[in-house]
Design a protein around this ligand. Sequence first.
Ligand code: UDP
Ligand code: MG
Length: 325
Amino acid sequence: MHQVVKGSSLRHKYLSLVVPVFNEADVIPIFLKRMNEIRSQVLDSLGANSSMELVFINDGSSDGSRQVIEAFATQDTSIKLVNLSRNFGKEAALSAGLHYSQGDAVVPLDVDLQDPPEIMLALIREWQAGAQVVNARRTDRSRDGLFKRCSAKVFYWLLRRISDHPVHEHVGDFRLLDRKAVDVLNQMSENTRFNKGLFSWIGFRVATVEYARPERAAGSTKWTFPRLWALAADGITTSSTLPLRIWTYIGGLIALLSMGYATWLVIYTFTTGIDTPGYASTMVAVLMLGGLNLLSLGLIGEYLGRVAIEVRGRPLFIVESTRGL
Ligand code: UDP
Ligand code: MG
């Protein structure tokens, strides 16, 4: 079993895998089969007497995923289960997993095998070499579908330009986090959770491993377009304040230009007489400024809505029951 001898290099290593699950009954057996194939290799790479736990977070599945996991858990005590009271979304499920995992290192990974378990060996190697956050970067996303690839590209481009702090690009939630990093993440109480942003924000010694992202082993993606859009909006609003502040400058610039134009208009009217035509320019100015006003208001709303969520201070997730913890 997992033995804690603090500060000793002889300490047996304990690895936690955090697996969020939302209606994945088909793929769970495939995932566990693959995990069992590689388990001894992973434990060997961790050193003598090391052990691991598999913390499944059942994110309000309605397809029997829970029963599937429970059935496997009766035969394998390293399988643990946290049932959330409803579907809270992957970000919250992952946070629940980080709270319940006890390992010296924690690896969040998707149950659909798009985060190949074999890559864990490389992650562990970097961890043992001293890294505290080991990113798994997707180099080949050709299996990801054209829309996903293009939207990811635009998203990271935008984020790179406006975020207050760089976010590791093309790195999903799949990575290795040292206990130190996990403890820090667990202390963060923010409700609008964009884990990829948090994982980058905390710092620590970072290493990166590259891999090609395979297709889903079975089942279908749980990330519909509205969910992806919401995640992107969370990512941008939690990582930046520039979209809020930029209106000061845009407004200032427009005011300056307007003053110049007004001055020119006064002089023109006095020197050449009254000039009434100007429907087109008036319309353009009114519509453009109206649009800019609404855009800036909407952006303020995006941030303000998230502030409101924070102020309510509701829990990030609600646990209905646990098993093996
Ligand atoms: N997931 C979850 N809650 C959700 C949506 C997804 O726990 O509300 C889990 C899902 O079961 C999977 C992982 O998050 O293990 C990644 O989801 P998916 O494979 O659908 O996303 P994609 O790979 O298409 O981005
Ligand atoms: Mg997937």
